[in-house]
Write a protein that binds this ligand. Structure first.
Ligand SMILES: NC(=O)C1=CN([C@@H]2O[C@H](COP(=O)(O)OP(=O)(O)OC[C@H]3O[C@@H](n4cnc5c(N)ncnc54)[C@H](OP(=O)(O)O)[C@@H]3O)[C@@H](O)[C@H]2O)C=CC1
Ligand SMILES: N[C@@H](CC=O)C(=O)O
Length: 433
């Protein structure tokens, strides 16, 4: 066996500790795959006084200078909470030619372009499979095995915390805050959980997916992502009555050279592949021009699923079985990953597209009366003072029609085929008549 390879870890929370424990429990197997021994000489944390289960062979420090000088590292696993923390560390490591494997989606979405460039210049690599959809190897799968397929549309449940909360609320009647606290206890939520429930985590992942698949950041259909905060449990139950589920989705669509994106709660019909993606699971649904419909499904968050994605990146790097960095082979310029929070006109585009919507609120029948621009597609369902109906029309017309009397109204775009909605509607109408 050749020289001992050394990997450092930044962050020892849910992900960092999962990587550490798994590397130790799978040491023999990993060393066999990479054809070399490895060690973990150092871990960087914020508070080195915390009690942790770390072997005496590994130093624990709260100083980045000490972290980088203690050993000659071959690679670093980066699992700190946000871009602000990680950026200076990762930048510095790449400039020293040290390969970084990160789970930090905010870092990659905001600074990926620059960091990938640096990795190219300093002859090292930046990996980030764990940054999108936790344990699901979706980035690697798409890149390795869907090269010839055109992907016109991608829809995904990409935030495990939101999916977990919505599932608990619908199935068990758990209150939003209680379900969020449970997600935090499991280690699913971000250190600042607002990023999960207000849609930012999904926004970062969608930006990365767009870059990864289409080679550029998307044009956002709304200025900000929408999250699940304030979701009324009655909406989830009414959605069930109408043959679908409310899920927090990310969508990417290719129209010519433009990639549009949105993030927010949608009504997913019961024959759509994402309907059954429940709990902490994530699901990425793609339609390949050759292969057809594909669903990548699995744990989207949590200690060991995320550690799995990180470690597979590390092992692929060490055993030279990974592909080249995204787009470096085909493009003269570095990839554009930084489409987050940019103040350009493009991000403010709000096309008036016609679609199908689940609308919830009160007095919906009254508001629909005499509306020509809005077509009613289902019976109105009622539950404990709240109502729901499926309608078709332009977003502007639907919004104008429904919100006149109603400050609690919510609009969920429908995810699924119009044909399915019409069939569903026929059944619904029969069942109420
Ligand atoms: N949790 C999950 O399921 C997933 C998380 N991710 C991403 O992985 C990353 C880590 O998430 P997670 O493990 O859940 O986060 P945690 O909050 O559990 O852990 C964060 C770790 O970072 C350390 N840290 C904080 N600030 C600093 C600093 N200034 N210098 C050094 N270390 C610091 C903390 O140290 P200390 O222990 O001393 O407080 C802690 O060990 C995030 O970017 C997240 O988005 C990606 C996929 C799934
Ligand atoms: N907080 C994130 C963790 C994984 O990326 C989530 O809930 O999906």
């Amino acid at each position: 066996m050749s020289q001992v390879k050394k990997v450092g870890i930044i962050g020892f929370g849910t992900v960092g500790s999962g990587v550490y424990e798994t590397l130790l429990s799978k040491k023999e197997k990993v060393e066999k795959i990479i054809g070399s021994q490895f060690s973990i000489p150092v871990i960087l944390v914020k508070d080195k006084q915390k009690q942790r289960d770390i072997s005496g062979e590994t130093a624990v420090t709260d100083s980045f200078e000490e972290f980088e000088s203690l050993a000659e590292l071959d690679a670093v696993v980066e699992a700190s909470p946000d871009a602000t923390t990680a950026y200076p560390f990762v930048r510095r490591l790449l400039q020293k030619g040290i390969t970084v494997i990160t789970a930090n989606k905010e870092l990659v979405a905001k600074h990926g372009e620059e960091l990938l460039n640096l990795a190219g210049i300093y002859n090292c690599r930046l990996f980030f499979e764990a940054a999108v959809a936790g344990g699901i190897p979706v980035l690697t799968s798409v890149r390795h095995t869907l090269k010839t397929n055109d992907l016109e549309r991608i829809e995904g449940v990409v935030n495990g915390t939101s999916n977990f909360i919505l599932t608990k609320m619908r199935e068990e009647g758990t209150a939003f805050q209680t379900a969020l606290e449970e997600a935090q206890e499991h280690g699913y939520a971000e250190a600042v959980p607002d990023k999960d429930v207000d849609g930012w985590d999904a926004y970062y992942k969608t930006t990365i997916l767009s870059q990864w698949i289409y080679g550029k950041a998307p044009v956002w259909l709304t200025e900000k992502p929408a999250g699940i905060r304030g979701t009324d449990v009655r909406d989830l139950l009414l959605a069930d009555q109408l043959g679908g589920r409310v899920k927090h989705l990310a969508s990417l669509e290719k129209n010519g050279d433009t990639i549009t994106a949105s993030v927010g709660p949608q009504f997913v019909l019961n024959d759509h592949p994402l309907y059954g993606v429940e709990g902490v699971n994530n699901g990425i649904h793609v339609k390949g021009s050759i292969v057809g419909s594909l669903l990548f499904q699995g744990a989207g968050a949590g200690k060991f699923p995320t550690a799995s994605a990180v470690i597979e990146d590390l092992i692929n790097y060490w055993s030279h079985t990974s592909e080249k960095a995204p787009l470096f082979e085909d493009h003269d310029e570095a990839p554009q990953l930084s489409g987050v929070n940019q103040e350009n006109e493009e991000t403010k585009i709000k096309p008036e597209y016609s679609g199908v919507w689940l609308v919830t609120g009160k007095q919906l029948a009254l508001q629909l009366e005499g509306q020509r621009a809005v077509e009613k597609l289902s019976a109105i369902k009622r539950l404990e003072g709240r109502e729901a109906v499926l309608v078709k029309g332009k977003k502007h017309d639907v919004t104008a029609a429904m919100s006149a009397l109603n400050d609690t109204v919510r609009f969920y775009p429908v995810c699924g085929e119009l044909q399915s909605i019409l069939q569903l509607n026929a059944v619904t109408e029969r069942s109420v008549s």
